[in-house]
Design a protein around this ligand. Sequence first.
Ligand SMILES: [Zn+2]
Length: 296
Amino acid sequence: MADQVVRALCLSGGIRILVCNASNLAREICTLQQASATASIALSRGLAGGALMGALLKDGQRTALKFEGNGPLRKMIIEADSDGAVRGCVGNPAADLEVINEKWDVAGLIGRAGFLTVSKDLGFGGHPYQGVVQLVSSEVGEDLAYYLTDSEQTPSAVGLGATLADDGLVATCCGFLVQALPKADDGEIGKIMARIAELPALSGLLEDGGAERIIQDLFGDIPYTVLESHDIFFRCGCGQEKVERALITLGAEELRDMRTKESGAEVICEFCRKEYHLDGAELDNLIKQASERSGD
Ligand SMILES: [Zn+2]
């Protein structure tokens, strides 16, 4: 089954549902991050949520979700592009917690106190938009729903699910986003909320009939139409040039310090773990650029 986002709308036009299957990209990213079991579940939920948020963007836009809590995971960053590319990382991938009552302690790992920051780069050289909310449950899905409802004023429900295989790798990762549009019918909203409350495990539905099956279960007897589906995939946009630009922002002094202590600089991308090496001459060039920028 390919990773994808499917978008559907009820025939009365008031409720839209997006469902994603992000199993392959979540497995790839959690493996790259060498994430523990609980960190894999947390990151997978984040990636599914990010993929759904990315599907709300217009062409050329991108969004970033940053979860920062007081738990051992420290932070989780998810980025999604309008073309379906997703990447993500966590601050402390080795952090893990005991399973409580057969439930992953994602809230404990992220930490119950903290913030979710959502930024959106709307393209066209405009200023990025940023919204911050407090974490409400630190289970990821509820936090995203709260952000969308409170900050973007679109009443939303989000469900995210991930499972691990016996080898510890991500087996399934999927999620849904239900949004009430301005002309939503209260009766239909009530029906869907009742179905969400009784929805079986997402992974089972996904294995049973893919993303369409989850949409079917959410809408129940409400007539709807599937509008479109598109592929989602892992892509890290890092590169030598971006690494150099990031180093320049450290400033000439810090770079000089690096230059004297080491023969060069090793930079590892926190998303894809690719290593970038800069030798002494390249660092000298960056120091020159940093000095010119700050004028010292
Ligand atoms: Zn990278």
